[in-house]
Design a binder for this molecule. Structure first.
Ligand code: SF4
Length: 180
């Protein structure tokens, strides 16, 4: 079992943070259909202290709802890098996990965690709102236990992520007007 190196104040901050999370949902694929019932009165995610957020700078969670074309991946990486730390990523649906039914498409990527760190995947095509709520609760538990550390891994392994990004998106990715 990994040693918890957080200070007492960090543990308190993580505990409080886990009950006040703002989520930017980046609706790339058909799985986005399951978000409205999750957010509204039927399943009501706000009862867990979670709310939708429109901009990356104020969001804690980046929620990717399915397949990603190379073009969209580029925007997702920009979005992730604009978010403040600590930041968390959830990959929703098989397409983020292994390409799903588009696994052999020339235009989509197969594994989101080659490009940005994913703290939690929700498998299925498409997963139901109950699976989303379970995932949100698991992410809260991970934050409280200090285990949602993808944002730290991104910094530690930045060269590896960057090489993967360049391999799929080309050098132009790091030289355009949006990046660095
Ligand atoms: S996993 Fe299924 S529901 Fe989700 S984006 Fe892929 S094809 Fe659509």
């Amino acid at each position: 079992m990994a040693v918890d190196e957080r200070s007492l104040w960090e543990k308190i901050a993580d505990k409080l943070r886990s009950r006040s999370l703002w989520m930017l949902h980046y609706c790339t694929g058909c799985g986005a259909m399951e978000l409205p019932p999750t957010m509204t009165s039927r399943f009501d995610m706000e009862r867990f202290g979670m709310g939708p957020m429109a901009t990356p700078r104020q969001a804690d969670i980046l929620f990717i709802t399915g397949y990603l074309s190379a073009k969209t991946l580029r925007r997702v990486i920009y979005t992730y890098e604009k978010m403040a730390e600590p930041r968390y990523v959830i990959g929703f649906g098989s397409c983020t996990l292994n390409g799903g039914i588009y696994y052999d498409s020339y235009a989509t990527i197969n594994r989101l965690d080659y490009y940005i760190p994913v703290d939690l995947y929700i498998a299925g095509c498409m997963p139901r709102p109950e699976a989303l709520l379970e995932a949100f609760n698991e992410l809260m538990r991970m934050i409280r236990r200090g285990e949602a550390n993808g944002w730290k891994k991104y910094k530690e392994n930045y060269e590896w992520y960057k090489q993967n990004q360049i391999r799929s998106l080309g050098e132009v990715f790091v030289h355009d007007e949006f990046h660095e």
